[in-house]
Design a protein around this ligand. Structure first.
Ligand SMILES: Nc1nc2c(ncn2[C@@H]2O[C@H](COP(=O)(O)OP(=O)(O)O)[C@@H](O)[C@H]2O)c(=O)[nH]1
Ligand SMILES: [Mg+2]
Length: 448
């Protein structure tokens, strides 16, 4: 999971200060020493760390904290707010030109994910904004680049404009835009070439394409896995091309998080989207506040709920949220939600968004193999009404009956029971965190 090391370190630091009734300046300094190390270890830019620690320390030892009823929690709130500020405001909107087509130019190093992201953005524009985009193959250097974009285009049923690899990118862009105007496409996404390193020839070519196409957006695609390098790359592309936003890819990998936390501060360019996989729908707007909460172990319930709402009707989503909060969750609900939850994305990924979920060892067992879902459904359907509500009554002979009825094995039944139990434990933990927050009054974590 991305940010794991950083999240672990920050969360253990937070644990120490969380319950404190009085927080002294020395406590804050001690905590910030650990925060500083955690950030540096996550490959966050040195200067960014320095500024961050200074800001939080100033705020945390100031009046604000001393007046508060629960100072430990206030300090955490300051950390969360500053972490959010560090990553910038909400910036996921895409420009719309009042003289269509809107032109988006994609730039970045080779392998960063430009071509993939071009497809993802086009897909998003069509699905979420009802737009009619056209893709342009302007990477004429990599033999397979044009083919790759054409394949994506076919997969998405989206037109790809190409003139082969013997025409200059500038000329391709010129003809593509002309074509898009004639055919009334409202977005033109230009996929350009990359190099392994920032290189003058490439920059000059990109500047030429920029001058000709006058893009409304220039998105720099950077690979989150490359940490500090990603930030340096962003800095030079921004100097040369004046980019309008960053798309951070491969956040589904185990990046330490340095790029996500430094890009905005170093280049003053916002991260607009993040890539979370190779598939065409694996793209999301970047939410700094949610990311900060996630890193600090507050979970990403908002994203979870949003996903639920996008896929399930609102009523159902509320019900699900309520059930998760109150733990009145039975195997019937499990079955009922299974199909809907599956349409939101991989289950283990969703569970990872729940508060405290990454702290739970049991969660590792909660991974539900998508292929085995039909088995899970069969097992639940073979349970009696009572068993579904009170799984603790399922003894050895009941297990045998259920396995037989569902055409599975006792082992599989056991595994499901264990997973269900783990899930309930996790919900219990969530809900007790919620209760504690209420009792103490004052500060409450967002969305709990
Ligand atoms: N896991 C993961 N892989 C990605 C993501 N974005 C791109 N990739 C992969 O990274 C590789 C390079 O992507 P590509 O779009 O060809 O990069 P380009 O050279 O910048 O055009 C491909 O194998 C992509 O499938 C992402 O968000 N997550
Ligand atoms: Mg490419």
């Amino acid at each position: 999971m991305a940010f794991e090391g950083l999240a672990d370190r920050l969360q253990s630091t937070i644990q120490k200060i969380k319950g404190k009734g009085i927080v002294t300046e020395a406590d804050v300094k001690e905590m910030m020493r650990e925060v500083r190390l955690a950030l540096l270890e996550a490959d966050v830019n040195f200067k960014v760390v320095k500024d961050f620690v200074k800001k939080v320390t100033e705020r945390a030892v100031g009046q604000e904290v001393m007046k508060s009823l629960t100072p430990g929690q206030q300090v955490i709130k300051v950390v969360q707010e500053e972490l959010t500020a560090l990553m910038g405001g909400e910036q996921s909107r895409i420009a719309v030109s009042n003289r269509p087509p809107t032109i988006i130019m994609m730039v970045g190093l080779q392998g960063a994910g430009k071509t993939t992201t071009t497809g993802k953005l086009a897909n998003l524009l069509r699905k979420k904004y009802n737009k009619n985009p056209m893709l342009v193959a302007a990477d004429i250097y990599r033999p397979a680049a044009i083919k790759q974009l054409e394949t994506l285009g076919k997969q998405l049923s989206m037109p790809v404009f190409s003139l082969g690899d013997q025409v200059s990118p500038v000329e391709i862009a010129r003809q593509a835009i002309e074509h898009a105007k004639k055919e009334h496409y409202d977005y033109v996404l230009i996929d350009t070439a990359g190099r392994l390193h920032v290189d003058e020839n490439l920059m000059n070519e990109l500047k030429d394409v920029k001058e000709l196409s006058k893009p409304d957006e220039i998105f720099l695609v950077v690979d989150a896995m490359t940490g500090q390098d990603a930030v340096n790359v962003a800095e030079s592309f921004n100097e040369q091309l004046d980019i309008t936003g960053v798309v951070l890819t491969k956040l589904d990998g185990d990046t330490r998080g340095g790029a996500a936390l430094s890009v905005k501060a170093v280049t003053n360019t916002p991260i607009k989207f993040v890539g979370l996989g190779e598939k065409m729908d694996a793209i999301e707007p970047f939410h700094p506040e949610r990311m900060a909460s996630r890193i600090l172990g507050m979970g990403d319930v908002l994203t979870l709920i949003e996903k639920a709402q996008a896929n399930v009707d609102e009523e159902k989503a509320k019900e699900l949220e309520q059930k998760m909060r109150t733990m009145s969750f039975t195997f019937d609900d499990f079955l009922d939600q299974l199909a809907q939850v599956r349409s939101m994305g991989p289950l283990d990924e969703l569970l990872g968004m729940l508060p405290g979920a990454n702290k739970m060892k049991g969660l590792k067992n909660v991974q539900v193999d998508e292929k085995q879902i039909s088995h899970v459904e069969a097992i639940i359907k073979s349970m009696t009404k009572k068993e579904k509500v009170q799984p603790e009554i399922i003894n050895a002979s009941r297990k045998k009956r259920i396995a037989k009825g569902s055409g599975t094995s006792v082992q599989e039944v056991n595994r499901l029971l264990k997973q269900f139990e783990d899930m309930k434990k996790m919900m219990k933990q969530m809900s007790s965190m919620q209760q504690k927050g209420k009792k103490k009054g004052g500060f409450k974590f967002p969305f709990m």
